[in-house]
Ligand binder design. Sequence first.
Ligand code: ZN
Length: 99
Amino acid sequence: MKLPVCWSCRHQFTYREGLRFLFRKNCPACGKKQYVTTKSNLRTGIPAMLVVLVPGILIRVVFEMSFLSYALVMTLLLAAAMMTVPFFVETSEKEEPLV
Ligand SMILES: [Zn+2]
């Protein structure tokens, strides 16, 4: 697992800076805008979807939850998936297509 590095100044993001990356895509050191590469988008998106969807569906089927507790579990899973994002993000200086 490695944390992202700024494409411009090679600043090594900390885990917390990486998390902030989900909302604000600027380098904390040089302020340059960071874009996420297509490759890392796929790398982040696919495991995140699996983490959320697979147990989500299983839980729903196995435990026959009410929609409310199901939504709560899904929110927790989504949060868990987001926690792993900093390890998969790869920065780029220009915008790449999403897929
Ligand atoms: Zn930078």
